[in-house]
Design a protein around this ligand. Structure first.
Ligand code: CTP
Length: 404
């Protein structure tokens, strides 16, 4: 069930609807009367393939506000206006959408969109806290351009992200508790590019999807997140996370160290190049410029290992929890787990997330499976699932290990 509140962001609900129906979901749209002043009923009916009602006095014989609520596997409200959050928090039921919210027994995801002042108002914050205390997932809004000239917190999360969160809740209704509230988290994501000349670089196939999923889930679980993003595929920006862009391994290292200074948890999901060209030509290398010698490389710093040493040296909080990733293929000297155990010991981090790669696994694909290997010897397999599900399993483990 897709509830649509009466805010200008209602037009983005069409994109959410389209993405949900295209991925095979049956969607019943329940706009408020005010939402229909922004987007026509015909648009929601055409995109959902279902009739659209706003009032409980339509088709009364079917008792639709009860039926729709009872039948739904998930309720998504996007945009959730300040007024709608207030009504939901206080159990008002004066239209089809609010009536349905009272009858729904499935997970409910409310995605706020409003001006910063309205979001920050004590009334709204109290309503959000009340809804969350009852298990409603009230998503963190994004920051950015709002209607009119202002910018700030209160923008509707990207439609692609709303759909990610919806899919995650369908698979794992308990995936987004607020258990990371108060924690400062740094996640690095994507692949670095090491320039050879102004137009060429050495890069890798990391899409950044796993790192973005980790940042997205952490932000929605209440953490204050800095996402240090190297190069990625076109991805929705996780709402509520601060994004710092870094192109090369050296830039990423600086950004991670800066953000890690007062972080509780650092997750190095980025694919950082181990080597960079020893020199960077300041002009485009021409066919005629030189003989095709092999490119001379120089070693990049190991950011993860540096974090662990900085912590031991007292330059980072000694309680900081540091997570590394390992992409392994296994070879004649050992299988993926053997390599990962050795890497965990070598890197000295608290947790190593192991992905088996090669044969189309992990890189640029939607699903991931792996193992969690902790410094205390605990090992946990993570079943194949979406990268958001993998991120959830990782945060569950970290939350348990850090006594959340
Ligand atoms: N990493 C890093 N800095 C680097 C390279 C890697 O911080 N220069 C981090 C990655 O973000 C990841 C972890 O280290 O969390 C594992 O990286 P990987 O390259 O697989 O480990 P290596 O020690 O380089 O081992 P290998 O011999 O397999 O290359």
């Amino acid at each position: 069930m897709l509830g649509v509140g009466g805010g200008i962001a209602a037009y983005k609900a069409c994109e959410v609807l389209r993405r949900l129906t295209e991925s095979g979901h049956h969607v019943q749209v329940l706009p408020t009367e005010a939402a229909l002043r922004f987007v026509g009923k015909a648009t929601f009916e055409a995109l959902s393939g279902n009739p659209v009602h706003t009032q409980v006095f339509e088709d009364v014989f079917e008792v639709p506000h009860v039926r729709i609520g009872q039948e739904a596997d998930l309720v998504v409200v996007a945009p959730a206006t300040a007024d709608l959050l207030a009504k939901a928090a206080h159990g008002r039921a004066d239209d089809m959408l609010t009536g349905t919210l009272l009858t729904a027994r499935c997970p409910v995801l409310m995605v706020p969109a409003m001006h910063t002042e309205m979001w920050e108002h004590a009334a709204t914050q109290d309503n959000v806290a009340l809804l969350r205390s009852r298990g409603v997932v009230v998503a963190e809004p994004a920051s950015g351009r709002l209607t009119g000239k202002d910018t700030g917190k209160g923008r509707l999360a990207d439609p692609a992200e709303i759909v990610e969160l919806a899919r995650l809740l369908l698979a794992r209704p308990d995936a987004l508790p607020r258990d990371l509230a108060g924690l400062r988290v740094v996640v690095s994501a994507g692949g670095t590019r090491e320039p050879l000349d102004p137009v060429r670089y050495l890069g890798n196939r990391s899409s950044g999807k796993q790192g973005y999923a980790l940042a997205r889930v952490a932000a929605q679980r209440g953490a204050q997140v800095t996402l240090v993003s190297a190069h990625t595929a076109a991805l929705a920006e996780p709402a509520g996370a601060e994004i710092v862009h870094a192109g090369t391994a050296l830039e990423l290292r600086d950004a991670v160290h800066k953000a890690a200074a007062d972080a509780d948890i650092v997750v190095m999901a980025a694919a950082v190049a181990d080597f960079r060209p020893a020199s960077r030509a300041d002009h485009k290398i021409k066919k005629s410029d030189r003989d095709p010698d092999p490119v001379a490389l120089t070693r990049n710093p190991d950011v993860l290992a540096e974090l662990v040493s900085a912590r031991s040296a007292g330059k980072l909080p000694d309680t900081q929890y540091i997570v590394g990733f390992a992409a392994e293929t296994g070879d004649e000297s050992g299988d993926v787990l053997t390599h990962a155990r050795a890497k965990l010991a070598r890197k000295g981090c608290d947790l190593l997330v192991l992905n088996a790669v090669g044969d189309g696994k992990a890189f640029e694909v939607e699903d991931n499976a792996g193992w969690l290997l902790a410094a205390d010897g605990t090992e946990r397999a993570i079943a194949l699932g979406s990268k958001a599900q993998m991120a959830t399993a990782i945060w569950d483990f970290i939350a348990e290990s850090t006594g959340r």
